[in-house]
Design a protein around this ligand. Structure first.
Ligand SMILES: [Fe+2]
Ligand SMILES: [Fe+2]
Length: 480
């Protein structure tokens, strides 16, 4: 890394851990210098509310070393060192799919794909601050210090992912990149006038069951989008997203084990009677939240038959999940068979040229991954002696995007009328009564080390080898 370079009162080399030679790029420094204070203002305004002064036991990305990329320690969140890391590249990396296959990967933005690439980066970047905004009040009802710390870890890393995308915009897109970077701090999740770009990121995430389902299903959409971008022929994008995936894994761990620990507690209580009697969460309520977050996350992949998806693939901008492990990389000679329904409910199979079906191909990989998660939850139920199983709803259920939008399907995937759907909606999706119940059991925070709310089992182990009852957050002022 180059010599330290100080601008104004900010030493960027120490403030922003990086492996992109930040200290040698003056133009980039100026851009970041203008953006960084706005980011901090955004964080203070829209980041976790009520905890900005507290010491949180967080990991910070400080290198790209596979075995030692993170450093753990107490940090006040506004002082978190949001760094910029690219997975080390292969100097003569080639584009390995689409129409440019075999050509050198792009180290600069190719003019013909500039607008498209910018849109891909902005769309990904927009999700990062959006989720922080959605989760900003959750700390006030945390089930434990362990979970509070995990929430904040996810939040600061989504902040770093925003930095990662803003780095690309500033470094490779000049003036309009800088404007887009400002826009990423200007939109607000759920705001009717300037909402976040994608639907799931405008949904309220107002209790911890929502949060754990969000990190299981919506962060997992992120994993697949990042995997597709990690194949990109635009090399800086590929290398940035490859590194983001190392952090993303923890977010999905938080989600899967969070829901898992709720299920564990529920199953234990079910042996004694109605879990509600003990302030635990009934399985049918958990199922409804799975149905909601899985379906809104499926929508994030976009239309099943998409000319955009075809051109992203053809241009070498966005590949398939683990493209390098596939054998055929043009996707020109294959057909995808899509199950559709006529307005009268008659099923029909549509043949889509594979390139146009790339969103659906990525969604398939996601669905398969989600199925494994639900299997793990069911093993937990079985272990606790519970016969009931949780399921993923059909991918047709409750869709707002794509060929199933505007039609109605049961969780089992049967075509039904709008009236039938409305009649059973409260069984299938979180209801007003669910929200009231969850609010009643998540009505106060649990700030004592080792203490857990009644609706969730403690984890088996702590973070970074620390005990479960470790003081993961140290409060600067006494909390009620
Ligand atoms: Fe992220
Ligand atoms: Fe994430």
């Amino acid at each position: 890394m180059g010599a330290h370079l100080t601008m104004g009162s900010i030493d960027y080399d120490s403030l922003i851990p990086n492996n992109v030679d930040l200290s040698t790029d003056r133009r980039l420094q100026r851009a970041l210098e203008a953006w960084q204070p706005d980011f901090i203002n955004w964080w203070r305004e829209m980041g976790p509310e009520g905890f900005q002064q507290d010491d949180v036991y967080l990991r910070t990305a400080t290198s790209v070393d596979k075995d030692g990329w993170a450093t753990f320690g107490y940090v006040k969140m506004p002082d978190y060192r949001w760094g910029i890391f690219l997975t080390p590249g292969d100097e003569d990396r080639k584009i390995h799919f689409g129409d440019h296959m075999g050509e050198d990967a792009w180290q600069q933005v190719p003019g013909e794909h500039r607008t498209t690439l910018r849109r891909i980066i902005v769309t990904q970047g927009d999700t990062e601050p959006a989720s922080v905004e959605q989760q900003r009040l959750l700390g006030q009802t945390c089930p434990s210090l362990y979970d509070l710390r995990n929430l904040f870890q996810v939040n600061v890393e989504e902040g770093r992912h925003l930095w990662a995308m803003v780095y690309l915009l500033h470094r490779y897109f000049g003036r309009d990149g800088r404007e887009e970077a400002e826009g990423l701090l200007a939109r607000r999740s759920g705001n009717p006038d300037s909402p976040r770009i994608l639907g799931a990121f405008n949904e309220p995430c107002d209790n911890w069951l929502d949060f754990f389902c969000f990190t299981t299903f919506t962060d997992r959409d992120g994993k697949y989008q990042l995997r597709a971008l990690a194949e990109s022929g635009f090399d800086p994008l590929a290398r940035t997203t490859a590194f983001m995936l190392t952090e993303e894994a923890h977010h999905m761990f938080v989600g899967q084990t969070g829901v898992g620990r709720i299920i564990e507690k529920t199953a234990q209580r079910m042996k004694e009677g109605d879990p509600r009697k003990f302030g635990a969460i009934p399985l049918d309520m958990i199922q409804r939240h799975i149905n909601l977050w899985y379906s809104v996350s499926l929508d994030l992949f976009g239309g099943e038959d998409s000319s955009n998806a075809a051109s992203f693939f053809g241009a070498g901008l966005k590949g398939r999940d683990r493209e390098s492990f596939l054998t055929e990389h043009t996707a020109l000679n294959d057909i995808y068979h899509l199950q559709k329904y006529r307005t009268d409910g008659t099923p029909e199979t549509q043949e889509i040229p594979l390139r146009r079906a790339m969103n659906e191909v990525l969604r398939d990989a996601y669905v398969e991954d989600c199925e494994k998660v639900v299997k793990a939850w069911n093993r937990m139920l079985k272990k606790e002696g519970c016969d009931v199983e949780l399921t993923l709803p059909s991918r047709r259920f409750h869709r707002q995007q794509g060929v199933y939008a505007g039609q109605h399907f049961s969780p089992a995937g049967d075509f039904i009328s709008a009236a039938q759907f409305a009649a059973q909606q409260a069984e299938w999706l979180p209801s007003a009564a669910d929200k009231i119940y969850l609010k009643s059991i998540m009505n106060r925070p649990h700030y004592k080390p080792g203490e857990f709310a009644d609706w969730i089992a403690p984890p088996k182990t702590g973070i970074n080898g620390q005990p479960v009852d470790f003081a993961y957050v140290k409060f600067m002022t006494e909390k009620a």
